[in-house]
Structure formats: structure tokens, C-alpha cells
Design a protein around this ligand. Sequence first.
Ligand code: ASP
Length: 330
Amino acid sequence: MTAKANLVVIGTGGTIAGQGKASVNTSSYLCSVLGIDEILGTIPEAAKLANLRAEQLLQTGSENFNNAHLLAIGRRVAELLARDDVDGVVVTHGTDTIEETAYFLHLTLKSAKPVVVVGSMRPPSAMSSDAALNLYDALAVAAHASSRGLGTLVVANNEIHTARDVVKGNSFKLDAFCSPYGALGVVIEGVPRYYRRPARAHTLDTPWSIDALDTLPKVDIVYAYGALDADTLDAITANARGLIYAGTGNGNVAGHLINPLRVAARRGVHVVRASRTGSGVVLHNGAQPDDEFGWLTVDDQAPQKARLLLTLALTQTSDREALQAAFERY
Ligand code: ASP
């Protein structure tokens, strides 16, 4: 890296690009209205951290993001990282699904250069908005040599999270983001400090590259509850190649749904037991005889992360053992 890193900041919308009528509007405001140049204009201090170039790729709330949006973001970030005059990329993003886009990038980008995805819980117009500081911190993280090789990072509320683990765990608080094993580090006054590294394979150590992907297999998620019935399950699995079954507790399956899920597996749907609790290990052949039923289990991936991992794994194999191994490795 040169003395000052060259960063590209990609705008995609979200609350960090939002605007409320008054400063008291911390939760009701229009999302995705400010352009990336306007947002960067609120932090002139950032010019001291890095040489910045901005581009607007999308302008929409992240609740709208589908597989095509993920591929579009991934492709653009990959193109930028391949350039010698780019040392890192920051993506501004809605917070709702930031953890999914970040994990998709974490599993597919083929570069050690820092990539940071950042959003905010309050729009720049609100009292005590976290938008400016989160973006400043994200730029500081992306510009710092110590962030190389860590995969895709999510920066929020002074913390640096690995994309693999981070989830949005609250609908309105500033400290909405958490990782079950803790953040990798913190950012204070424009300097990142790391205390741990991601243990699971990512970026350069995965077999998936965005260049090779034009479309993605259909993998759905179903959230278990007592009144879920076989007809609903059958409808959900009708066209899917994979189903993440976000079971209760440690991936439990209600008795009346065992057979429909076995039938789905026999039809070729890759059924994965996960947990709707959002964290914790689901033991393979633990609560259910998965191998006998032709099912898979997550290791500890939350259902929305498991969907992305299975989606990518299915682009290269349909072998059940290989798919199961992916959950243990990434
Ligand atoms: N709905 C917004 C989004 O995810 C919320 C946010 O950015 O905080 O885009």
C-alpha cells in the first residue's frame, strides 16, 4: 500500500443514505435518498485517512436485495479489487441484510484487500446519528494494513465484525450488531485495533468466485412454529434446490413434519436443519438421524447465512457429504 490507501466507496442505499423530516425522527424517515457523494461530504475528515473515489451502484433499502443484487455488488467489488490502483473497498448498505451481502462477499471475493460493509441505524439527519462515525470508522478500517487478509468486515458502533458471524440483533438500537463469539476488534479515533482473527476459511480459501457465477440456485428458508403444516412445506419446497429448516431450539423438527421433509429430501431438495434461535451449534445426527433421513445440518450458521453457504456450495456439487463438509469448513 502507498502512504495513503486508495479506497473506492460504493453506495447502495439504506438508512445511512436516509433522511428524516426532523432530527427527532430516529426511526421514521425516508431510506436511500442521499447519494454517496453527499454522504461522504458530511465527513471531510475522511480525506486524511485515504484517497477516496465514490460510485453509486444501487439506491435501495437492503430488504429488497435478492440474489441478483448480491451478484451485482459482488461483481463490482471484485472488478475494483483486481485493480492495482485500488487498495480496498467500502460498501455503504442498509443494515437489514448487511450481514448477508457481507457474508456473500466473504465467501466469494478472491483478494486479501480489505472490504468493509457499513450502514447506520439512524439516518444522517437524526439526533446522535451513527452514520458519519460508522462511515469514518469503516474507511479507517479499509485503509489500514492490519485489515488485510481478514475477509469481509462489517463495521458498526465502533466495532469490527467478521462477515461470517455478525447478525443484526435489534430493530432500532445503535448497538444492533453482534457476533456470537464477539467482535474481531474495535475502531477508536480512526485507528482499528484487532484482538482476534476469523478462524474459518474465506475469500482466497474458498472455491467460489463471482466471475464464474451468473445465476444462483434457489434455496429457501422456512421458520418453524407449531402450526406449520405439510402443505406449506410442500409449497415452499416445490421449486427449491435447497431448504434451510430453521427449527426450534437445536434444530428440532415437529413430528408431523418429519415425513414431508424426508419426502422433500428424496425428491432431491437439500434439507438443512438449522436453528431459529439464530446462534449455537446444531449437532449432526443429534436431535434427528440426519444421515438416515438424507438431511444436512448447519454447524452454527444462522439460517440466513446457511442459505448463502448452501446456495454457493450447490453451484459446484450436489454431493451430500461435500455439502455437509462446507458447513463445517466455512
Ligand atoms: N431498511 C433499511 C435497509 O436495510 C434499514 C437500514 O438501513 O438500517 O436498507
